[in-house]
Design a protein around this ligand. Structure first.
Ligand code: ZN
Length: 244
C-alpha cells in the first residue's frame, strides 16, 4: 500500500504489535444516524425544468404599442406538499403581433428567465424595471396610474404576479390609515361638490377611476390622486401627505 504524504514530516514512530491490537479491539466508529429530515430544495440554476409548469398570462395594452403584449410567467413549485412549499417564477415569455420590438423583448425575457433561475431574492428586478423611463414620455393606465415606459409596465406585471404567488407582500395599510384616507376624501369631495355646483362645466372630466378631476400625480404611488387640502398636497390613494 502506498500513501502519498502531503504534509511535512515532523516525526515518526514504528507501529508496535500492541498498537495494532488496540486498534482492532476498538469498535469501528458508527456514524450517528441522522434523523430523517426533508431536504428543502432552494431555487438554483441547475434545477431541471419539470415537464409542466403553472403560470399566468397578463395582457398589456399601451398607447406606445400598436398591438397588445402578452406576458406569460411560469412558476415552479418547490417542496410541494411540505411546509416548505414555495412557488417561484421560473421563466417569462412576451408575445406580440408587433415585430418592431422583437429583439429587445427576446433579450429581456431571456435575461429575466436567467435571473429567475439563478435563485436568491429575485424581487429586485421589479424595482429595476419600474424605474425605466421612456424618453418619449409615459402614459396613464386606467385607474390613473402613471407608467413611465413599457418596460416599467412589464415590471408592474411581474410585481403583480409575485404578489399573487406570495413572493412580494404588500405593506399592510392599517385600519386607522384607511379611515384617515376615507375621511380626507369625503372632506375633499364635499368641498369640490360645492364648487361644481357653482360651475357645472367643470364636472364630467373625471377619467381617473374615482379620483377627483384635477388630481395630480402622486410621487409615492404613481397615481393621479394628489389633491390640495388645507394648503397641503394629499394623496387619496396611498395617504401620502406633503405635510407629514
Ligand atoms: Zn399616493
Amino acid at each position: 500500500m502506498t500513501i502519498k504524504i502531503e504534509k511535512k514530516i515532523k516525526g515518526y514512530e514504528v507501529v508496535k504489535p500492541e498498537d495494532k491490537a488496540a486498534a482492532a479491539a476498538q469498535p469501528a466508529v458508527v456514524e450517528p444516524k441522522e434523523a430523517p429530515m426533508a431536504e428543502v430544495i432552494q431555487m438554483h440554476e441547475s434545477l431541471e425544468r419539470p415537464e409542466a409548469l403553472i403560470g399566468s398570462t397578463f395582457k398589456i395594452k399601451s398607447p406606445l404599442f400598436e398591438h397588445a403584449l402578452y406576458v406569460t410567467i411560469n412558476d415552479i413549485v418547490l417542496n410541494a406538499g411540505t411546509p416548505y412549499e414555495q412557488r417561484r417564477p421560473f421563466e417569462i415569455f412576451i408575445n406580440s403581433k408587433n415585430m418592431d420590438h422583437f429583439q429587445w423583448i427576446v433579450a429581456l425575457t431571456r435575461i429575466l428567465s436567467a435571473v429567475f433561475r439563478k435563485g436568491g431574492d429575485v424581487t429586485f428586478i421589479v424595482e429595476e424595471l419600474k424605474a425605466v423611463f421612456d424618453p418619449r414620455g409615459g402614459y396613464f393606465k386606467a385607474g390613473g396610474v402613471y407608467m413611465p415606459s413599457i418596460v416599467a409596465e412589464i415590471g408592474a406585471v411581474i410585481e403583480q404576479h409575485m404578489k399573487n404567488i406570495g413572493l412580494i407582500h404588500d405593506p399592510e395599510m392599517s385600519d386607522a390609515q384607511r379611515a384617515l384616507i376615507a375621511e380626507k376624501r369625503a372632506a375633499y369631495e364635499q368641498v369640490t361638490q360645492k364648487k361644481t355646483e357653482l360651475s357645472p362645466t367643470d364636472a364630467d372630466t373625471n377619467d381617473s377611476a374615482g379620483f377627483p378631476p384635477g388630481a395630480t400625480l402622486c410621487a409615492k404611488c404613481n397615481t393621479k390622486a394628489l389633491v390640495l387640502m388645507d394648503g397641503c398636497q394629499t394623496c387619496l390613494n396611498c395617504g401620502y401627505s406633503k405635510c407629514g
